[in-house]
Design a protein around this ligand. Structure first.
Ligand SMILES: NC(=O)c1ccc[n+]([C@@H]2O[C@H](COP(=O)([O-])OP(=O)(O)OC[C@H]3O[C@@H](n4cnc5c(N)ncnc54)[C@H](OP(=O)(O)O)[C@@H]3O)[C@@H](O)[C@H]2O)c1
Length: 284
């Protein structure tokens, strides 16, 4: 049985591919840039992309389980839809898709509407499926590394709400656990969160403790955050989603989920450990 990993040069797919290869699974990765795979030891590399159907056909030869993960874009639904179409013409039987907590058709942000659309497409197909729905990634906080370093603050449009941020390394470990034995997880949706829900004041306090330096959280409006992203060159569609992401989560979406521990057997990474592991990025 060969497992095909997409998004393997990314955070979650990369972790999943490395863990599966290290435990002796037959793992193949579809990558756009085959020179960017130095950390994928033991993984068979196939060049290709979601746009290129011929490359998908080749990559799926002899594959029965596919991990579907990509980067948000205005073309997500068409691109991932193309992958699902190719999968149905191939030996693939089971697709494990990286989705998101908050994926729904009437979400305020496009990336959640897109996840919902692709999730529904997969569920309506003859393929077996499993959905992995993480909450916000702790690694998103790396975007604030410069302002932490130079201004001692995290300015974000997250108000005073609490979010159970999850480490992408845990999401990758959960993906590997499902991909090893997909049949046991057929037709299941797993919500992947950290061990507790954190306010951004909690986040700043945890970073302060690890850095031994006072870091503050400054709540900013979604509108001013969006404007500053656009001014720094972020495309409008992306700036809107990043600025308004908090509104994509209702209160039930922000509960801590037991699913990670059930899948992997240990407690997910707390924010303090995340900051200890990534301290170099914040103090360069
Ligand atoms: N950020 C969050 O808080 C959060 C929370 C929940 C869910 N999510 C979801 O997680 C996903 C992103 O996961 P991630 O952070 O692990 O990914 P990532 O690090 O952003 O990497 C994206 C991966 O997708 C690949 N890719 C992009 N476009 C492609 C294409 N056209 N053809 C083939 N491969 C393509 C990239 O390849 P290259 O290296 O060639 O670019 C890369 O390997 C998104 O769907 C996002 O909505 C994010």
């Amino acid at each position: 049985m060969t497992i095909l990993i997409t998004g393997a040069t990314g955070q979650v797919g990369g972790t999943a591919a490395r863990l599966l290869a290290a435990s002796g699974e037959s793992v193949r990765a579809l990558v756009r840039d085959t020179s960017a795979t130095h950390d994928l030891n033991g993984v068979q590399i196939v060049g290709g992309s979601f746009e290129d159907s011929a490359s998908l056909k080749l990559a799926m030869e002899g594959v029965d389980t596919l991990f579907l993960a990509g980067r948000d874009s205005p073309d997500t639904v068409a691109l991932l839809g193309n992958v699902l179409q190719q999968a149905q013409k191939s030996s693939v039987r089971h697709v494990v898709k990286l989705s998101a907590i908050g994926a729904r058709p009437d979400s305020s942000v496009e990336l959640m509407r897109d996840h919902y659309a692709v999730d529904q497409m997969l569920k309506a197909s003859p393929l077996c499926w499993t959905l992995l729905q993480p909450h916000l990634y702790m690694q998103n906080l790396l975007r604030f590394a410069d302002s932490v370093q130079h201004e001692g603050k995290i300015s974000a449009p997250m108000a005073d709400r609490r979010f159970p941020l999850v480490d992408t390394r845990d999401v990758g470990a959960a993906a590997a656990a499902v991909l090893r034995n997909p049949t046991a997880h057929a037709s299941r949706t797993y919500q992947l969160t950290g061990p507790e829900a954190y306010s951004y004041d909690d986040v700043a306090n945890a970073l302060s403790a690890v850095m031994q330096r006072h870091i503050i959280y400054e709540a900013v409006s979604p509108e001013s955050f969006e404007k500053s992203l656009v001014e720094s060159g972020v495309p409008g569609w992306r700036a809107f989603d990043l600025a308004h992401i908090a509104s994509a989560y209702g209160a039930p979406d922000c509960r801590v989920s037991p699913d990670f521990k059930e899948l992997v057997g240990y407690t997910p990474t707390p924010i303090e450990t995340f900051f200890k592991d990534y301290i170099g990025a914040f103090s360069k």
